[in-house]
Design a protein around this ligand. Sequence first.
Ligand code: FES
Length: 110
Amino acid sequence: MTDIKIKITDRDGILHEIDAPTDMNMNLMEVVRSYELAPEGTIGICGGMAMCASCQCYVLSDTALPEMGDDEEAMLSEAFNVKDNSRLGCQLHITEDMDGLEVELAPEEL
Ligand code: FES
């Protein structure tokens, strides 16, 4: 299996069910960008370094995800619109374990 299914609700509230590759070393932020689910320049601003929070999303499913790293935790402690289920998409590398993941993109920080 090389693709997994992920449900992503965009910032307009539209649900997209997409296939994400597990063999291309992509993270969730890059998947959102590759499907153009958020306008260019509004997501992935720091390039995936856990330094901007533009890739913040809310995890809606109970999918087991890797623990947060220190950088992710630090960034989320400073970001806006953070909820208990917030994660940084760029820190979530797509793996087969994530099949069925459901997330919602956090609002854009202005
Ligand atoms: S892209 Fe900047 S924190 Fe994820």
